[in-house]
Each structure stands twice: as structure tokens, then as C-alpha cells.
Design a protein around this ligand. Structure first.
Ligand code: PLP
Length: 395
């Protein structure tokens, strides 16, 4: 039998701390490795597989569109692109859409749009204020936007134009705002940075400040959007509306697609200002349209809200039994478990044994972000395996 991991070590860049599992197949909330071992998947393609693995809606959309048209260029109109854009606009507070291929590309587009706005309407203002512990992607500019030194240090010097300030602190944003500021960019809930949930009044205060100063509010909903937090969009949790919003992860249910959306007042791009070769590709747009329509028609955000509450309640029961668990927090199906010691990696390794995939969020924390369609029974099964793993941890 081929040792795929040996081959991978030989041929792939060694820039990822890979987990020693070769996933060969997936169905619903389960995946199987190349030895046929089954796992409950609480990682869900990194908060991507909103409907689970190989959902028939996705498989059908992909196969039908593959037989019809796969790639043109967005220089032509194509039907899947327009249908997806219409559905996104009709189900959000935004008016216009640009499709791309990933999260970072959506954020780059959003920042370019904010800079165009700054040039045209704010006397050339170009700076974007972002938060510490944020995550906005891995391009050089998004590394500068991402307020985490561990991602930035290896790549200095980084592009200018970003100011990182403390999250959940409106005064920090006020202090960083100058006449060069064109936008504030935040995640409604910080995902990669620790499942950091801001106080209720924070985003309202940021919205008010942006309005007072005439600057734009960009919300990075790449992880929180499309139902992940129990509402269709993260901004609905906080009773505000962004001027620009970025999407990716759950949008395609597994196919690589990103998007940024804007209100009409800041949709200031002119022909030639931005582009992409693959973005808006009929194959990914038709699939994302099918996924997003399923999410809307079946109240998948409501499902995620109920399942998320069930998951949180049961994790709290585990917390009462394991004294090394210090905190369980989340919204919808974006959930973190914190420990009093750096045992995240040990927990992950034990979970591989017991058959559940989790994300080691920090040295002392794990994250669960399963498919939004997960049932209580499947949650029970996954948590029983997590419980079994926790029982082996020596502290
Ligand atoms: C994953 C993520 C990104 C980056 O998306 P990529 O597709 O990996 O470029 C950006 N912002 C947030 C909030 C994310 O969770």
C-alpha cells in the first residue's frame, strides 16, 4: 500500500504543520482515512463544508454545471454568476457583488474598494484600521492587516496602510483614526484569533464612529457568514450593517469561492479597476448558488443555532467533569474550548485515536466548527469520542 504521507513529505512544501491523517473520503459529518478508519469531522473542511461532505445538492450542482459550462471569463456575462449575485443581494444588506476564489482575495478586493473610495471621496485617505488577533488571509497585504505578529515577522517589510489596534475597544479605533483613514475592517467574531466574541455594544459603537467620520466599515464574514454563528450573517447578531462585507469558506460548501459585497454608495469601482481570471467561474458559482439557496430555503442558520446551543450545553457538562477545561464559548457552530495548560496538541492527538477531528486553535485551546447540518445524535457521537480522548489526558 502506498505511504501517501511519506510521498507528501517528499514533494510538498514543508510550510504546514500537517496532521498525520490522509483523508480519502467524506460523507455528511464523517470522513475516512486511507486505511478505512472513520472520524466524526468537527473541523468540516475548516468551517467550509456547511452542508457536510459530498451533500447531494453540491454533487448535483457540480455535475450538472460540469456538463454545461465550466470556465469563460467574467468579461462575459454568465448565468450562474448573476443568479448567485442576485440571491446574495436579496438576502443581505449589500447591493453589489464581486466573485473571486478565496477569502484573502475577497479581503484584498474589499480593501482596494475602500482605497478607491478614499481617493475619490476622502481626499486620498488610504489607511485601514484592523484588530489584533484578527485573521484576514495570507497575502502580503492581508498579513499586514492580520494583527498577529507570529504571521507577520517572517515577511517584514509588509505593505503599508494598516494599523492594528486592540479588539473590542472602541477607544483604540478612535485613537487610531486620522484624516488618512478610509476604513475599519473587523471580523464580527474573531475566528482564528480564538473565537473572540466582542461585547454587545462594540460593533454598534464602531458603526457610529465610522458614520461620524464618514469612513467605511468592512466586515470580514469569511468565517462567520452563511449561517455559521446561528444567523445568516454575523452582523445580524449585533444589530448593525457593514458598508462592505467579505465572504468565502461556507459560501461554496467546499468549492473554492470568495466574494465581496458593497452598498451602492461605496460601489465606486470603474471598468478596469479590478479583475480575476477564475473568479465568478460558472462551476463554482452554480455550486455556491445551490448551497446558498439550500441554506436559505431550509433555515440552515436556525439549524446551526439549535445545534450550536446543544453542542455548547454538552461541552459545559464536559467542563464540569474535567477541571482542566477553563472555558467553553461560541456562537452557533463556531465554538472554542479553553484549557488551563498547553494541552491542545495532546487533546488533538488523543482525538485522532478515538476518531474525531478537531482544530488545535491555540496551545491551550481547541475549536469545533462542524457542518451546519449536524444532528444532535452526531454531536453526541463526536462528543463521546472527545470525552474518551480527554479521559486519557494527564495534567
Ligand atoms: C479563513 C479566513 C480568511 C482567509 O481565507 P482564505 O480562503 O484562506 O484566503 C480570512 N478571514 C477570515 C475571517 C477567515 O476565517
Amino acid at each position: 500500500m502506498t505511504d501517501w504521507q511519506e510521498l507528501g513529505k517528499k514533494y510538498l512544501f514543508n510550510c504546514i504543520d500537517r496532521i498525520p491523517v490522509t483523508i480519502a473520503r467524506g460523507q455528511g459529518v464523517r470522513v475516512w482515512d486511507d486505511n478505512g478508519k472513520e472520524y466524526i469531522d468537527f473541523v468540516g473542511g475548516w468551517a467550509v463544508c456547511a452542508l457536510g461532505h459530498c451533500h447531494p445538492v453540491i454533487v448535483n450542482a457540480l455535475t450538472e454545471q460540469a456538463k454545461t459550462l465550466i470556465q469563460t471569463s467574467h468579461i462575459y456575462y454568465t448565468i450562474p454568476y448573476i443568479k448567485l449575485a442576485e440571491l446574495l443581494v436579496k438576502n443581505s444588506c449589500l447591493d453589489r457583488v464581486f466573485m473571486c476564489n478565496s477569502g484573502l482575495e475577497a479581503n484584498e478586493g474589499a480593501v482596494k474598494l475602500a482605497r478607491r473610495y478614499g481617493k475619490l471621496k476622502l481626499n486620498g485617505a488610504y489607511e485601514v484600521i484592523t484588530a489584533f488577533n484578527s485573521f484576514h488571509g495570507r497575502s502580503l497585504a492581508m498579513t499586514a492587516a492580520t494583527g498577529q505578529p507570529k504571521y507577520q515577522e517572517a515577511y517584514q517589510p509588509l505593505p503599508v496602510g494598516f494599523k492594528n489596534v486592540e479588539f473590542n475597544n472602541i477607544e483604540a479605533i478612535k485613537a487610531a483614526t486620522t484624516n488618512q483613514t478610509c476604513a475599519v475592517m473587523l471580523e464580527p467574531i474573531q475566528g482564528e484569533g480564538g473565537v473572540n466574541i466582542p461585547d454587545d455594544g462594540y460593533l454598534k459603537a464602531v458603526r457610529k464612529w465610522c458614520d461620524e467620520k464618514g469612513i467605511l466599515l468592512i466586515l470580514d464574514e469569511i468565517q462567520t457568514g452563511v449561517g455559521r454563528c446561528g444567523t445568516l450573517w454575523g452582523y445580524q447578531l449585533y444589530g448593525i450593517e457593514p458598508d462592505i462585507m467579505t465572504l468565502a469558506k461556507g459560501l461554496g460548501g467546499g468549492v473554492p469561492i470568495g466574494a465581496f459585497m458593497a452598498k451602492e454608495k461605496c460601489a465606486v469601482f470603474a471598468p478596469g479597476d479590478h479583475g480575476t481570471t477564475f473568479g465568478g467561474n460558472p462551476l463554482t458559482c452554480a455550486t455556491a448558488h445551490a448551497v446558498f439557496k439550500y441554506v436559505i430555503d431550509n433555515d440552515v442558520p436556525g439549524m446551526a443555532k439549535k445545534a450550536g446551543q446543544y453542542l455548547l450545553d454538552n461541552l459545559k457538562k464536559l467542563k464540569s467533569r474535567y477541571s482542566f477545561i477553563t472555558e467553553v464559548r461560541g456562537r452557533g457552530l463556531l465554538v472554542a474550548v479553553y484549557f488551563n495548560k498547553d494541552i491542545g496538541q495532546d487533546v488533538l492527538t488523543a482525538c485522532l485515536q478515538t476518531g474525531v477531528l478537531i482544530n488545535r486553535l491555540k496551545p491551550n485551546a481547541i475549536r469545533l466548527m462542524p457542518p451546519l447540518t449536524i444532528t444532535n445524535k452526531e454531536i453526541d457521537e463526536g462528543l463521546a469520542r472527545l470525552d474518551k480522548a480527554l479521559a486519557t489526558i494527564k495534567v
